[in-house]
Write a protein that binds this ligand. Structure first.
Ligand code: SF4
Ligand code: SF4
Length: 68
């Protein structure tokens, strides 16, 4: 399993259609869904930079950045 990295995860709320795919696919439970279905980045420290979320987001709404 990849080592967790310090990550910054940005969700473009204007592009996001609240499909929940990112939350469903993330193996590290980085996201939780708000009542309106929009994903919140609640556990960024768990992110392993696997790219399951941003590569599968149908609206290209997720940006992952590895912090130093
Ligand atoms: S996969 Fe993309 S469009 Fe779907 S909820 Fe996540 S950020 Fe929004
Ligand atoms: S890159 Fe992987 S571990 Fe990180 S938030 Fe996306 S799906 Fe989760």
């Amino acid at each position: 399993m990849p080592e967790p990295k310090k990550m910054h995860i940005e969700i473009d709320k204007k592009s996001c259609k609240r499909c929940g795919i990112c939350q469903g696919l993330c193996p590290q439970q980085v996201y939780t869904l708000a009542k309106d279905g929009s994903p919140e980045v609640t556990n960024p420290e768990r992110c392993t930079n696997c790219h399951l979320c941003d590569l599968r987001c149908p609206d290209f709404a997720i940006t992952l950045e590895v912090l130093a």
